[in-house]
Design a protein around this ligand. Structure first.
Ligand SMILES: Cc1c2[nH]c(c1CCC(=O)O)Cc1[nH]c(c(CCC(=O)O)c1C)Cc1[nH]c(c(CCC(=O)O)c1C)Cc1[nH]c(c(C)c1CCC(=O)O)C2
Length: 344
C-alpha cells in the first residue's frame, strides 16, 4: 500500500516541506455548526453516542478548514462509563462521575471484555467516518491514558492537583493499581476495536501526566503507554501511536524510546527549540502552539506559528496546538494559523 497521507508519512519519520496540521478539540464549541448539531443531539453525551451526529461534527472542521486529520468525536470518560461508573456533565462545570474510594466501588466495575455493549456506537462512528472522509484525510482514534482517566474515576470530577488519586495511591496502593490495571486492559480492547473499525492512528491522552513525579511517572505514565502501545502493535502491526504525556517536561525526553510510540505530542510549556533538540531527535513530534492564540489572533499568532514551524522543520513534525482549542476561540484565527503553516 502506498502511503500518501501526509500525517502517516510524518508518523513514519518523513520530514515534509510543510508540516501536516490538525487541532486538538477541532470539533467543538468555538464552531457554530458544532453548537447546532450538539443542540440537535440534546446534550454532549447523546452526541457522543449518536454515530451519525458524532460523525457529522467530526467532519465539520474538515469541511471548513481541510485539516490533514480528523479525530474521532468521543470523550476519554466513555471508558469509565462503559466499565460501570456513572457519568454526567454539568453545564459550565464539567464531568461528574461516581467515585472510587474503596474496594466495593471497584468490585462493581465490569471486566475489560464487557465494555463494548456501551461503546459499540463509537465503533460505528469510526466506520461512518472511514466511508465519508476525503481520501487524503487521516482518521485518528483515541483514548485517555489510565492515570488521567483514573484521576476522574477516583475523584468523581476534574481536580486541579489530582489530589484524590494521589491520596488513594498513597493510602491503598493495591486498589489504586487495580483501577490502573483494569483501565489499561480496557483501553487496549477499546482502541483495538477502533482500529478494526477503521482508525488509522491512535492517540493516547495523558492530560495529567505532569503531576506524576520520578518513579511514579515511570510506573503510571511510561509503563502503561509501553504496555498499551506494544499490545496494539502486536495485534495491528504497523499501527502508528501518538503519545501525549501532557506537561511531562523533562519526562518528554526519551518517552518515545521507552514506550514505543511513533510520535510525542507536546504541550506549550516546553519551547519548540528545546523540544526539537531533546525530543524530535528520537522521531516525530506533534505540537505545540499555545491555544490562547486562537482567542487573541493577530501578528503574535503569525509570529508564534512561524516559530513552531521553523523550530521543527528539520525533522518529522505534525503541527498542532499544545492543548485543546477553547470555546471562546475565533474561527478566523484558526484559518490564519492554517494559512501561516501552509503559506509560510
Ligand atoms: C481530560 C479530557 C476529557 N476529554 C478529553 C480529555 C483529554 C484531553 C484534554 O486534556 O483536553 C479528550 C477529548 N474530549 C473530546 C475529544 C474529541 C476529539 C477532539 O476534537 O479533540 C477528545 C480527544 C471532546 C469533548 N469533550 C468535552 C467537550 C465539550 C463538551 C460540550 O460540547 O459541552 C468536547 C468537545 C467535555 C469534556 N471532556 C472532559 C472534560 C474535562 C470536559 C469538560 C471541559 C469542557 O467543557 O471543555 C474530559
Amino acid at each position: 500500500m502506498t502511503q500518501q497521507k501526509t500525517i502517516l508519512r510524518a508518523l513514519a519519520g518523513e520530514t515534509l516541506p510543510t508540516p501536516p496540521i490538525w487541532m486538538m478539540r477541532q470539533a467543538g464549541r468555538y464552531l457554530p455548526e458544532y453548537r447546532a448539531t450538539r443542540a440537535e443531539a440534546g446534550d454532549f453525551l447523546k452526541l457522543c453516542y449518536n454515530p451519525e451526529l458524532a460523525a457529522e461534527v467530526t467532519l465539520q472542521p474538515i469541511r471548513r478548514y481541510g485539516f490533514d486529520a480528523a479525530i474521532l468525536f468521543a470523550d476519554i470518560l466513555l471508558v469509565p462509563q462503559a466499565l460501570g461508573s456513572d457519568l454526567w456533565f454539568v453545564t459550565g462545570e464539567g464531568p461528574r462521575l461516581s467515585t472510587i474510594t474503596e474496594q466495593s466501588d471497584f468490585d462493581k466495575l465490569v471486566g475489560k471484555d464487557d465494555i463494548h455493549e456501551t461503546l459499540n456506537p463509537i465503533y460505528e462512528t469510526v466506520r461512518i467516518l472511514r466511508r465519508e472522509l476525503p481520501d487524503e484525510t487521516t482518521l485518528i482514534g483515541f483514548a485517555g491514558m489510565p492515570w488521567t482517566v483514573a484521576t476522574y474515576m477516583i475523584a468523581g470530577q476534574g481536580t486541579k492537583d489530582q489530589g484524590p488519586a494521589h491520596a488513594l495511591k498513597a493510602e491503598n496502593r493495591p486498589l489504586f493499581e487495580a483501577v490502573m490495571d483494569r483501565l489499561t486492559e480496557a483501553t487496549i480492547e477499546y482502541l483495538s476495536k477502533q482500529i478494526e473499525a477503521g482508525a488509522e492512528v491512535v492517540k493516547l491522552f495523558d492530560s495529567w501526566a505532569g503531576s506524576l513525579n520520578g518513579e511514579d511517572f515511570q510506573k503510571y505514565a511510561v509503563e502503561p503507554a509501553r504496555v498499551i502501545t506494544q499490545a496494539l502493535k502486536e495485534r495491528h502491526p504497523g499501527i502508528p501511536v501518538i503519545g501525549f504525556p501532557r506537561e511531562a517536561g523533562d519526562g518528554y525526553i526519551g518517552f518515545a524510546k521507552a514506550t514505543g510510540v511513533d510520535c510525542v505530542a507536546l504541550d506549550n510549556s516546553v519551547s519548540p527549540d528545546w523540544a526539537a533538540k531533546h525530543v524530535q531527535v528520537d522521531g516525530c513530534v506533534q505540537g505545540n502552539l499555545a491555544s490562547s492564540h486562537m482567542v487573541t489572533g493577530g501578528q503574535a499568532l503569525v509570529d508564534e506559528t512561524r516559530k513552531v514551524v521553523e523550530a521543527f522543520k528539520n525533522g518529522p513534525h505534525i503541527f498542532n496546538l499544545g492543548h485543546g482549542i477553547t470555546p471562546d476561540a475565533d474561527p478566523d484565527n484558526v484559518q490564519l494559523m492554517i494559512d501561516t503553516v501552509r503559506g509560510g
